[in-house]
Design a protein around this ligand. Structure first.
Ligand SMILES: NC(=O)c1ccc[n+]([C@@H]2O[C@H](COP(=O)([O-])OP(=O)(O)OC[C@H]3O[C@@H](n4cnc5c(N)ncnc54)[C@H](OP(=O)(O)O)[C@@H]3O)[C@@H](O)[C@H]2O)c1
Length: 368
């Protein structure tokens, strides 16, 4: 193995935490000497020791008797700049400075920390080796813009319809596509939908892929509804399913019937033209340290998000079906804003899932 491949290895380790790290960044770390890995670690769950500490601990475990001699002059490769401040755990920087590393290779800088100078001053050779890293988009967007990263997940037919006509409860996409969608729920901090979807489809909105839910430190994302004022029945699956839930509304008084629902918070957000003000909602999410949002709503809410230009990524599942004209179109707004036509988005991925297709559109200019 060569030193340059260790960043790729560290990134693979970081990915191991993607379903469990919660609002913390996914980070991986490799400690190597003479081109051989001697320790590794990743950030597993909110409040856990950081990747660098896990990697140092693994060297201790692997080389019980000659740990100090082995770790001296080794190289530490980490996907994110080590923290220099106290958070849930003490700064990793202090721990790194304790051992006589020869070199540190950092994948991404973190503007909320200030480790670089101290590392350089300590005599460690510091190398920044950026490689494409799709993890932590919400973490970086929140840091820069105080707004979460928003993915919109939509299941549609070839003619871009997202629901069958009234009272027809058939699924549009195949079971494999629907299971695939749970991955995107699992990497999110919150799943957001509108009251229209909750009333018509009665979804639970939880992650039900057992490969993910059975992971040791997996926690269900928060589930949330946006409703300005229409009544919601406490017997809906959303309310009956255990786990943290939020109802964003403009007047709590309307929802007195939900007072006894377990783990439900009802938060008021200002209205704008009798709909929830979405910018105010995003500010609130940012204050709650929610970095990654998955929007799974019907056309009304999606259209509001698209028209306000708030979506960063579209995950679209397309089934080989044509629904009739009576079915609902996914978007009710101007054609130029439609992600299929918009100049601001580019197709970044297209994969087949049985007979369905999953396509992903991302902003041309990255996070905005
Ligand atoms: N295929 C898919 O991927 C998919 C996914 C989800 C849903 N759907 C389909 O979509 C249909 C429901 O569509 P929908 O458009 O009625 O539901 P929706 O977009 O999920 O919910 C719309 C409701 O959200 C509330 N809202 C509050 N603030 C808003 C804002 N700023 N902008 C827009 N809405 C706001 C309003 O309810 P209040 O009156 O309570 O304020 C509004 O009626 C269902 O048939 C469902 O099957 C399809």
């Amino acid at each position: 193995m060569t030193e340059s491949s260790f960043m790729l290895e560290a990134l693979e380790l970081a990915k191991k935490g993607q379903f469990t790290s919660g609002t913390g960044a996914c980070v991986g770390c490799i400690i190597s000497k003479n081109n051989k890995i001697i320790g590794e670690g990743f950030y597993e769950f909110f409040g856990a020791p950081h990747a660098e500490i896990m990697a140092i601990e693994s060297v201790k475990k692997n080389y019980k008797n000659d740990f100090n001699a082995v770790i001296a002059d080794s190289t530490i490769t980490v996907t994110l700049e080590p923290c220099s401040k106290f958070g849930k755990t003490p700064p990793c920087l202090d721990e790194i400075l304790k051992y006589k590393f020869k070199k540190i290779i950092i994948g991404q800088l973190d503007s909320s920390q200030s480790s670089l100078e101290q590392l350089k001053n300590s005599g460690i050779e510091v190398v920044i080796e950026e490689i494409p890293n799709e993890l932590n988009k919400g973490f970086f967007k929140s840091l820069k813009y105080k707004k979460p990263y928003i993915r919109a997940k939509i299941a549609m037919s070839e003619d871009k319809k997202i629901a069958f006509i009234e009272n027809d409860k058939q699924w549009i996409t195949c079971p494999a596509s629907r299971l695939d969608g749970h991955k995107f729920r699992a990497v999110s901090d919150i799943i957001l939908t509108g009251s229209g979807t909750i009333k018509r489809d009665n979804p639970a909105l939880d992650v039900r892929d057992t490969m993910i839910t059975e992971l040791k430190n997996f926690r269900q994302p928060i589930r949330a509804i946006i409703s300005s004022g229409s009544k919601l029945d406490a017997n809906l699956k959303f309310f009956k399913t255990t786990g943290q839930k939020i109802l964003f509304c403009s007047n709590k008084e309307v929802y007195k019937n939900l007072d006894s629902v377990k783990d439900l918070e009802i938060l008021e957000i200002e209205n704008s033209r009798s709909k929830i003000d979405l910018l105010k909602l995003l500010n609130k999410l940012s204050l709650l340290e929610i970095h990654d949002v998955l929007l799974e709503s019907g056309p009304k809410l999606i259209t509001s998000f698209i028209e306000a230009d708030l979506i960063d990524e579209f995950i679209i599942y397309i089934a080989p079906k044509i629904l009739s004209n009576k079915a609902l179109s996914f978007f009710e707004g101007e054609d130029s804003k439609n992600p299929f036509n918009s100049k601001d988005f580019i197709l970044s991925e297209e994969v087949l899932i049985e007979d369905d297709k999953r396509i992903i559109y991302k902003r041309k200019n990255g996070i905005e």
